[in-house]
Design a protein around this ligand. Structure first.
Ligand code: AMP
Ligand code: MN
Ligand code: MN
Length: 316
């Protein structure tokens, strides 16, 4: 019996959900699970709920079946949440938290306190997709499921490069490649390829980034006027913080994106020993030691000051 069958028990109706602004790991882990249940557990009626999925993930089978809205009338036996560090980060399907008979939480965020009745949280895993993969019967993973799960692993490990990549991650990636997936295209299409507007905003942010704390911290920001000038939205800025992190000598990279007037989405990345999950937690956010996020209120200048103060403490 695969671990997922034990976790689901005798549930007949299952809602699968991830976090708001779903990234590659969120989409990959949820779709991998959804496709697995659909094919291997015909006794289960599974639905998948995610906020708008970027069209770069259109190669994932059945992605058009994702529901963006929750149905207030529906009650599920099980709500299965993946890649989501806290219940307030579940999108539309957060409604089902109160009504589902069971909540199963599958994750890899160090700040996840385990909000499910059953929790499978491995903070050493590269991705939630890796955790999901470990719960499935390998023999019953097909090419479509492998494509989704590989997407998730690739995205959260920076193409098997970040320090969260373990021998287990690589063994799993190898098993998924064995299923016949087009791994090279998956990586190019969903991870590296950028639109012209995305490249331009990346250029703008790098050009105007500044160094603080004696060169230990780099801060790059998108300003409200850039959003209209470059015709971009938040999703177009994926990957900018990773590029900032590659600045020689820095210990932390900060990226600010304006959600509304005086509201910034903050992305934090660390090199070496700095723990940015602690900085994000101070401001009600969370994440991983080397990649975390939060939302902050105030002008860009105020937000920068607050972050630099906490980062300085973390680096002492
Ligand atoms: P990001 O910078 O948005 O790519 O996020 C980096 C990591 O931190 C991801 O694993 C996110 O799930 C997590 N994260 C980002 N923002 C928040 C937040 N507001 N609360 C909790 N976790 C977050
Ligand atoms: Mn994620
Ligand atoms: Mn993840």
């Amino acid at each position: 019996m695969a671990k997922i069958d034990e976790l689901l028990g005798n549930a007949v109706t299952v809602a699968i959900a991830g976090h708001i602004s779903p990234d590659g790991d969120c989409v990959g882990s949820c779709m991998g699970m959804y496709l697995y249940l659909k094919k291997n557990r015909p006794d289960i009626q599974a639905d998948i709920y995610l906020e708008e999925v970027r069209d770069v993930f259109n190669y994932i089978a059945c992605v058009e079946e994702v529901k963006a809205q929750a149905d207030p009338e529906k009650v599920y036996d099980c709500l299965l949440v993946s890649d989501t560090s806290s219940p307030d980060r579940i999108g539309a399907a957060g409604k089902y938290l109160d009504t589902a008979r069971e909540v199963v939480c599958i994750d890899h965020h160090i700040t996840n306190e385990g909000f499910g009745g059953k929790n499978v949280i491995n903070a050493r895993a590269s991705s939630a997709s890796e955790v999901v993969c470990g719960l499935l019967d390998t023999e019953r993973i097909d090419k479509d499921m492998a494509t989704a799960l590989y997407t998730g692993i690739i995205h959260d490990s920076g193409v098997l490069q970040y320090s969260n990549t373990s021998p287990d991650t690589l063994r799993m990636a190898a098993m998924l490649i064995d299923k016949g997936i087009h791994f090279s295209e998956i990586i190019d299409r969903s991870f590296y390829e950028k639109t012209f507007a995305q490249n331009r905003i990346l250029g703008k942010v790098l050009e105007t980034a500044q160094m603080y704390l004696g060169g230990q911290v780099i801060v790059g920001a998108v300003y409200p006027e850039d959003v209209t000038y470059y015709g971009i939205d938040k999703k177009d800025t994926d990957g900018i913080v990773s590029q900032l992190r590659l600045t020689r000598g820095i210990k932390a990279a900060v990226f600010l994106y304006p959600l509304e007037k005086d509201v910034f989405k903050v992305s934090l990345r660390a090199n070496g020993n700095t723990d940015v999950s602690k900085v994000a937690s101070v401001f009600g956010g969370g994440g991983h030691i080397k990649a975390a996020g939060c939302t902050l209120y105030g002008s860009a200048k105020e937000v920068k000051e607050k972050l630099l103060e906490e980062l300085a403490k973390q680096m002492d």
